[in-house]
Write a protein that binds this ligand. Structure first.
Ligand code: THU
Length: 130
């Protein structure tokens, strides 16, 4: 997996973060199986609870463009330790089977399998044994 273009797109999207409340800017970029890149930034809301993380904004952009199969996602923030996606975003990434997650700060990158960040994401859900 060549991450460089994805990481660049994520940093670029981060510049557009709407984060007046936390002032914490995050960027994400997904690589579709067709090679297209879909980026997202966090979009906050006065209610706080309606905030959308960068990862879910990127998923929304891709799905709206008709892309639902992915090779990986890069997530970037200017933190001391590479950022880690929240549980809700892990579940949404799992919905679309995003296999790989690259977590980045200015200095480094950590690569994970999504299945390690969120084991058993869908085990048993909707399985009523009927
Ligand atoms: N945030 C993301 O966009 N992605 C993450 O992986 C972690 C957190 C956002 C949500 C909120 O706007 C701000 O960062 C602080 O939590």
């Amino acid at each position: 997996m060549h991450w460089d273009a994805l990481v660049d797109a994520a940093w670029e999207a981060r510049d557009r973060a709407y984060a007046p409340y936390s002032k914490f800017h995050v960027g994400a970029a997904l690589l579709g199986v067709d090679g297209r890149i879909f980026a997202g930034c966090n979009v906050e809301n006065l209610s706080y609870g309606l905030t959308n993380c960068a990862e879910r904004v990127a998923i929304g952009a891709a799905v709206a463009a008709g892309v639902t199969r992915f090779l990986g996602v890069a997530v970037v923030a200017d933190t001391a330790v590479p950022i880690s996606p929240c549980g809700a975003c892990r579940q949404v990434l799992a919905e679309f089977g995003v296999p790989k997650v690259l977590l980045c700060n200015r200095d480094g990158r950590l690569e994970f399998a999504l299945s390690d960040l969120l084991p058993r994401a869908s085990a048993g859900i909707l399985d009523r044994g009927e």
